[in-house]
Design a protein around this ligand. Structure first.
Ligand code: PMP
Length: 429
């Protein structure tokens, strides 16, 4: 198979290899389509990513050749389907740097994984007056489950405040973490600001009081090299669809012993060992947390995604995104009415560039960019508290992935200049 990365002759292993974007783009059929007669420039990767042919093909292949329900059947197809489904569990464990596959729970998405923790751990361990700590930049998926839990239990929800530069006010941490803190749940990387959070420092503060640490890794696993053995946490959640995998597949990772100590989340088939009319016992983990028929075909296809990412190499992915981010920020700064949210330094942020133009509403900007084939996102990015902090109702957000290149950024910036001209600004620019 043709390698997806071009290896420089010297320093091949010392530096991340450079992605061969032209070659990569060939793998994504959707990138060949036109939008309003223009080449598609897809810059909405923080919302969801496009899928390579091999992942699309894997979904079809499963239904064409091996479709059956898993774990139960004693026939060839059921055995094949089960092996493929469990094979993805092993692939996820490998991707996470040698994690224990028994700690990999498949859910529908990152949101469901975080809710699983709130319900199956939080409900049984958080009491009135206890505290849950999040950050002011959380995605609603890592905020609303804790709001619900705090309301139900009479617990107190606290947050680490934001700073103007889009980083967290860590000096507040020591005062915020108290002996009553039971859960500290933070995003590793912000989908709205691009900020990479110092989760090690936050976890260390949580450990001093024995709190559980939950990491929302939805924007981290697709973009950064993460080895769970080097990271201090109890629960880690992410979605396949944000890393070129199918929709409808999420992952919750936790140590098997922690999962064993917990009550189930949803009850039903597959998660039980034995059921009587007056009671039931639970299956071994992770099956205890996978009630009912799961999204078999998409989980199976997710292993093709993981193989694809492994071929690229996470270091190369990260280096590519940093280059794009640096370039995009430099180009956007040339338009004086634009204010970029989040850290200045591309090393402290992911490939997300969230910005506001003082003269244009993000929705108007997004609509005009769409006419140029450019897909960005305009809105609050499910991070309303962060928007409120920055005193904006919405931002425009361009987010990059492996198939984007400098030409895409040029089209974006040119589109913004056109939008400004359409609205009567910058007639000569
Ligand atoms: N957390 C973060 C940081 C996200 O960016 C997202 C998706 N935008 C989620 C959680 C939720 O992911 P999903 O919608 O796949 O459940």
């Amino acid at each position: 198979m043709t390698p997806l990365v071009a290896r420089p002759a010297a320093l091949a292993e010392a530096r991340p290899r450079k992605l061969d974007v032209a070659r990569i783009r060939e793998d994504f059929p959707i990138l060949k389509r036109l939008v309003h007669g223009k080449r598609l420039v897809y810059l909405d990767n923080a919302a969801t990513t496009q899928k390579p042919e091999r992942v699309i093909e894997a979904i079809g292949r499963f239904y064409r050749t091996s479709n059956a329900n898993i774990h139960r059947g004693i026939h060839k197809l059921a055995e094949e389907a089960t092996a493929a489904y469990e094979g993805t569990r092993k692939a996820v464990a490998r991707l996470l740097g040698g994690a224990d596959p028994r700690g990999v729970v498949f859910t529908r998405n990152c949101t469901e994984a975080l809710n699983l923790v709130a319900y199956a751990w939080g409900r049984h361990n958080v009491r009135a007056g206890d505290e849950i700590l999040v950050t002011e930049m959380e995605h609603h998926s890592n905020l609303v489950p804790w709001i619900i839990l705090a309301k139900e239990k009479g617990a107190v929800l606290k947050h680490i405040p934001l700073r103007e530069d889009g980083t967290l006010r860590l000096e507040a941490l020591d005062a915020l973490v108290t002996p009553r803190t039971k859960i500290v749940s933070v995003m590793m990387v912000s989908n709205a600001l691009g900020t990479i959070n110092p989760v090690g420092e936050i976890a260390a503060a949580a450990r001093r009081v024995g709190a559980k640490v939950v990491l929302d890794a939805a924007q981290a696993i697709p973009h950064l090299h993460v080895e769970v053995g080097r990271l201090d946490f109890d629960f880690l959640a992410f979605s396949a669809h944000k890393m070129m995998g199918p929709t409808g597949v999420g992952v919750l990772y936790a140590k098997p012993d922690l999962l064993r100590s917990m009550e189930p989340f949803l009850g039903g088939g597959e998660m039980i060992r034995e059921v009587r009319l007056d009671g039931a016992t639970w299956n071994e983990v992770p099956h205890k947390f996978e009630a009912g028929t799961p999204n078999i075909a998409d989980v199976v296809a997710f292993s093709s995604t993981i193989e694809y990412i492994e071929e690229l190499g996470m270091e190369a992915v990260r280096a590519h995104e940093m280059d794009l981010t640096r370039h995009a920020m430099a180009e956007l700064r040339k338009i004086p009415s634009i204010r970029i949210l989040g850290p200045e330094d591309p090393a402290r942020r992911s490939g997300v560039v969230s910005f506001v133009d003082a003269d244009l509403h993000p929705h108007d900007l997004s609509q005009i960019l769409d006419q140029h084939g450019v897909a960005i996102r305009a809105g609050h990015h499910c991070a309303q508290p962060a928007m409120r902090f920055f005193k904006v109702v919405a931002t425009a957000r361009a987010s990059f992935y492996i198939y984007n290149d400098l030409d895409d950024i040029e089209v974006l910036v040119e589109g913004i200049r056109t939008a400004r001209r359409c609205f009567g600004y910058d007639q000569r620019s």
